[in-house]
Design a binder for this molecule. Structure first.
Ligand code: ADP
Length: 165
């Protein structure tokens, strides 16, 4: 990887963004010159998302404003193709558990075959967020659990509204 203009992408659904995601983005922002949060916009994937890509991008803009080298963008093609499009040399992902590892290990092998020039970088989840997932947050919220401390400001209210729709 050249030592100047190092661009990384952080791909994911971000449905919605959690404090665990923000932690990874803050850490990636320290390591790379530019970080692009790549928001999957494939309506058919995993039975669809609760929030539209525009809503998910809006939440991300709201919680990454303090990170001047981070921006968010939707994508609907292969991760490695998107990385090439934006000139990224690295894909950064967070790892919470063995199940994340198994999945990422497989994805790494596939992506390496397709794009050997793009490196993948894995950041261990911070201990306080290692249990946190977007799906867990949605499940808690569905049953009235308090998620205020798990997601950035404003997301909790929007989640309650979306679940009531
Ligand atoms: P989720 O798996 O929660 O639905 P995404 O598909 O949006 O999340 O994941 C985007 C990336 O963020 C993945 O690399 C995922 O492993 C990582 N990630 C998600 N939650 C956390 C967390 N609490 N700590 C660290 N990394 C995380």
């Amino acid at each position: 990887m050249p030592l100047s203009n190092r661009i990384a992408i952080c791909p994911g659904s971000y449905d919605p963004v959690t404090n665990g995601h923000v932690d990874i983005l803050e850490r990636a922002a320290e390591m790379f010159d530019e970080v692009i949060v790549a928001v999957v916009d494939l309506p058919v994937r995993k039975g669809g998302t609760l929030f539209t890509a525009e809503e998910r991008l809006g939440f991300l803009d709201g919680c990454t404003g303090h990170l001047s080298n981070v921006r968010s963008q939707a994508f609907s093609n292969l991760v490695v193709d998107f990385a090439r499009e934006v000139g990224a040399k690295a894909i950064v992902k967070g790892l919470r558990s063995i199940s994340d590892f198994s999945y990422e290990f497989e994805m790494y092998a596939l992506n390496q075959r397709l794009a050997p020039e793009i490196e993948s970088v894995y950041l261990m989840a911070s201990p306080q967020y290692s249990f946190l997932s977007s799906s867990g947050v949605k499940e808690l919220a569905t049953f009235g659990g308090d998620i205020q401390d798990l997601v950035p400001d404003g997301v909790s209210e929007r989640l309650q509204e979306a679940l009531a729709r």
